[in-house]
Ligand binder design. Sequence first.
Ligand code: IMP
Length: 197
Amino acid sequence: MKLVLASKNKKKLVELNTILNQLGIEVCSESEAGVDIDVEETGITFEENSMLKAKAVMEASGLPTIADDSGLCVDALQGAPGVYSARYGGEGLDDMGRTRLLLENMRGANGPRTAKFVSVITCCFPNGDVISARGECPGTIAFAPIGEGGFGYDPVFFIPHLKKTFAQLSAEEKNAISHRGRALEAFKVKLEEYLKK
Ligand code: IMP
């Protein structure tokens, strides 16, 4: 089975393929499916945005489409950047700029540095069926970036029991505990059930 990924993020594509290939599912990019659209993420929940992206690209490609809407929710920042993680600080910032801004904003915040990554995976089928699953990964915000791997806020997302940030983990180690890994495991179970029907 082939699914289209509603995202332009190449690292997400690799993470999804690593997990879903085990089910015999191949995930291809939007561009491989001949789609080039920018879906406006107007929702205020991960569930809404995940659905918006999967539905729009499914309608444009005519193929079953999977989307991941994910982000970092920091307790001391009242859940920010949350659904705005990719746009935190505005369009002009890259991953490193957003990470620096997060650390700056944390300086003025009191309280614990606890946070969680959230991922909601949604798959929309051309017949109108929808499968959705959520995964979360708790952690804390480091005082400075550490590590070279991953993407986004990985260098400041610290896993206390491993004493490492996400950026210091191998892809396998990250997938085993990450929000996206957990959402995909839950999604895999639901998809297996769906495909049996
Ligand atoms: P989305 O593509 O709209 O779901 O945006 C997700 C944003 O959340 C990304 O651009 C990153 O900034 C952040 N994010 C989501 N998952 C991860 C992760 O696994 N590591 C680091 N940052 C992530």
